[in-house]
Write a protein that binds this ligand. Sequence first.
Ligand code: ADP
Length: 411
Amino acid sequence: MKLAGKLTLIFTVIFSLLIFLFSSFYYLYTKNLLIDENKKELFRVSLGHALMMGRRMSAMMGVQRFSLYYISSPNGVIQDPFDLGFVYKEGILKNSNGSYLLVKRGEYIIGKDITSIILALNRLKINLTIFSIIGIIFSSFLGYFLSQRFLTPIRKIIQTAKEIDTKRLKKRIDLPKNKDELWELGDTLNNMLNRVERAYSIQEQFIADVSHELKTPLTNILGYVRLLQRWGKEDKKVLEESLDIIKETGEKMRELIDVLLEMARVQEEIPKEKINIKDFFGERKGYYEKLYPDFDFHVFIDSNTEIISSKGLLEIIFNILVENAVKNSISKKVIELGFSNGKLFVRDFGRGIPKEEIEKIFERFYKVDKSRSSSGYGLGLSLAKKLADILGLEIGVESKEGEGSTFYLKL
Ligand code: ADP
């Protein structure tokens, strides 16, 4: 049985039970009240008066029937206006003529006609039964209506839940107006969906980032392998240089994978360490010179300090910025990097970025000019921004079209 059916049944049963109890109570209460009143009357009326009344009436009419009270004693009937015969027992006596209430007073039994009261009580019983039947029918309709009403939000939740899949994770449950338990259920599910969507998009972005970040070093390695295949066997210098770069790039790839995996797992718990700026840029310069032999790298540091940050993440950010600088340089193949005015920076003298595009370049998949660089998916800077956010650093750019760009990280 469905929930709506169960709720209707429970509602109807409870409501019917209440109607039944109420009707029974009302009927018994009324019956007792009326019988008690008549009993009281039978106790109140004086026997002499009852007899006298009977006698006087009888004498007047010549019949005994006009007396209002039946009286008997153990010795026999004293007055019997209702043709009851000899009765020496308390209670309600019913015969074909009517109903009579008899009470014992001393050694007498005194009784009166209560036919009209019993008829009224019977009418009341019928009325209450009709009322109960109507009530039960009404309550089952009401129960059905209410259960439908209560269940509508739940049905909506079920419908929405059915519509949600990985392609439609944005969908949320419409919350009812009243802040009741159903609102709470919907809100809880929506919050859960927020978390699921976030986790899912982190995973999606992670895959995109990983493929982007791994593609470049892999291309690099493959390039050097081809170089080795052609000249490496004869030229010892090419052989050693290529092997060095392949090894270094491979190690960097492994580090990168470690960091990316770490990022995808717990973004908040990135381990930080003391980094000496001068050492850091010295290392970077050496690495980039090998990676981009056509370029000249200059390091400028206005004050040597130590910072607390994640070296691994900073390296990834600089790899992205330097790769972009390389990709976007035209004739002047010089790249400057370093630390000045509290900012870590990478400067190139290449194309520069149009003013109106500057705000957008940190968005995912945004590329200034789709035909500009064949490699890249417009993900590098968004990853750099994400990492800078994790490290609590502000990333920005100053650029002039045709003159070059300076990307910086503000400490
Ligand atoms: P991609 O991986 O495709 O290079 P990025 O997110 O790294 O994507 O860069 C976004 C856009 O910003 C690119 O289309 C690129 O043209 C532009 N850009 C990035 N760095 C520079 C730079 N140093 N000089 C000029 N344009 C740049």
